[in-house]
Write a protein that binds this ligand. Structure first.
Ligand code: NAP
Length: 474
């Protein structure tokens, strides 16, 4: 197809929550953008509401007109639901595009799908990129964090647009090219997994304050607000204090007393846990967060459990666990959860041969995305120093863990004694304890494996592998 009359710098398909806001963001940054939506009325409504930005928007009623309205080589962003819709849209576009055109899937794709689509694109064109876009509706409109994956020359074609529309931190764009094929979507997945664990740990210390200390939502909100002025400063702590301090307009009660304790999920946390297991890298705090959402959904079962076993004796001795100890536990838990997340990315980078610049990833998470936080600055510096080292061994973070470890232990121990579930913090503590010991209990596992399956083991006193125990003789 020729590009006669083409004027737009870029095109976008899917004017839903994310796509519509992303298109306005692109237009506001001075780029001319063609838009297309499966349901045509949505396009009309979108243009009607765009105000002055409408002059930068080029609506089309057919896919053919849409394609023809974009300057060659064309770049087309897809913002449609992940999965079949992406494949269907690529199939519909392929006959209309030239080999050097570029399709960019900006939805929350499973990175295995992105790997497959990138391979298909290599074989039959057009070019393909998968980018992770974080920050929800507001991020899409005013500046998301963008995690780019695909061919580097494709990034070079559209990177200036993606950097322009991204969030900024100290004037640096929160958008970067991270590696080939599914690299961007893998990083977005891990971002979401970390988000699950970060949120879960905050919910756990909320639970200790509510059920262990009997504090009101407002009092808990005050604590989170204070913490937001320190090392824990983050979007998630900020929204937590705002959620805790908000009253229900209907009843006047705290919103948290009105919101049912059944957590939803769209699957990216689960993907992170699955990837961690598949890549053989520990992400136990993230796995605990996913499992806890699954448990929360089983409200009827939980009610039966409480009827059977009675409610736990939650009340805590304020002498045994202080508010400061809770803050310290959260600091330690957060460091460990990020150590696991970056460890997972490192492992994927090795497995797939992707560039994955870890310090850059920490940098582009500093603004625009849900897990933005002050600590990411220090993480970026630590990873720049040595990106192969476990983050908890970087001097800044090992010092922090030495300061906070005892309090994490105290919080987890007291919570366990009083029936207050802290699964993500417990998982973080167990990870810490295992990763700081050179003498684990896996010798017993190896003995058992050799006993029943002759799997062999290494010896502590000799080199080599494949030793067996004298079990048969016993
Ligand atoms: P949405 O509001 O439901 O919009 C979906 C859009 O895709 C609509 O324009 C819809 O068109 C179109 N669409 C649906 N099925 C299609 C198909 N089979 N073929 C062509 N077009 C189709 O979804 P969204 O929240 O914007 O999410 C879009 C993507 O961004 C998803 O991958 C999501 O996971 C990801 N994401 C969302 C968020 C968030 O906070 N919402 C954050 C980050 C990433 P119609 O008008 O015709 O239905």
């Amino acid at each position: 197809m020729t590009s006669q009359g083409a004027q737009a710098d870029i095109g976008l398909i899917g004017l839903g929550t994310m796509g519509g806001n992303l298109a306005l963001n692109i237009a506001e940054n001075g780029f001319r953008i063609s838009v297309f939506n499966r349901t045509l009325e949505k396009t009309d409504q979108f243009i009607a509401k765009a105000g002055a930005l409408a002059e930068k928007l080029v609506p089309s009623k057919t896919l053919e007109d849409f394609v023809a309205s974009i300057a060659s080589p064309r770049a087309i962003i897809l913002m449609v639901p992940a999965g079949d819709a992406v494949d269907a849209q690529i199939a519909a576009l392929r006959p209309l595009l030239d080999a050097e055109d570029l399709i960019i899937d900006a939805g929350n794709a499973n990175y295995h799908d992105t790997n497959r689509r990138a391979a298909d694109a290599e074989a039959q064109g057009p070019r393909f990129m998968g980018i992770g876009v974080s920050g929800g509706e507001e991020g899409a409109r005013f500046g998301p964090s963008i995690m780019g994956g695909g061919a580097k020359d494709a990034w070079d074609q559209v990177g200036h647009i993606l950097e322009a529309i991204s969030a900024k931190h100290d004037n640096e764009p929160c958008a970067a090219f991270l590696g080939a094929a599914g690299a961007g979507h893998l990083v977005k997945t891990v971002h979401n997994g970390i988000e699950y664990a970060d949120m879960q740990m905050i919910a756990e210390v909320y639970g200790v304050m509510r059920d262990g200390f009997g504090m009101s939502s407002n009092e808990i909100g005050d604590v989170f607000e204070k913490w937001n002025g320190g090392i824990l400063q983050s979007y998630l702590i900020e929204i937590s204090y705002k959620v805790a301090k908000t009253a229900d307009p209907e009843t006047g009660k705290p919103m948290l007393d009105i919101i049912l304790d059944k957590a939803g999920q769209k699957g990216t946390g689960r993907w992170t846990a699955i990837e961690a297991l598949m890549l053989g890298t520990p992400a136990s705090a993230i796995e605990a967060a996913v499992a806890t959402r699954n448990m929360s959904a089983r409200l009827d079962e939980r009610k039966k459990g409480e009827a059977e076993f009675g409610a736990a004796p939650n009340e805590l001795d304020r002498e045994a666990v202080s508010i400061d100890a809770l803050e310290a536990a959260l600091i330690a838990g957060k460091i460990i959860c990020y150590a696991q997340g970056f460890g997972l990315i490192l492992e994927a980078a090795k497995q797939y041969g992707w560039a994955m610049p870890l310090p850059e990833i920490a940098k582009i998470w500093r603004n625009g995305c849900i897990i933005r936080s002050a600590m990411l600055n220090d993480m970026s510096a630590a990873l720049a120093d040595d990106d192969e080292r476990n983050l908890m061994l970087a001097p800044f973070f090992s010092d922090k863990l030495k300061e906070t470890e005892a309090m994490l232990r105290q919080v987890v121990a007291q919570a366990a004694l009083h029936g207050l579930p802290v699964p993500a913090l417990s998982a973080a503590l167990s990870y810490f304890d295992i990763m700081r010991t050179s003498c684990s209990t896996a010798n017993m596992l190896q003995g058992q494996r050799d006993f029943f399956g002759a799997h062999g083991f290494e010896r502590t006193d000799k080199d080599g592998t494949g030793y067996h125990g004298p079990w048969a003789m016993g």
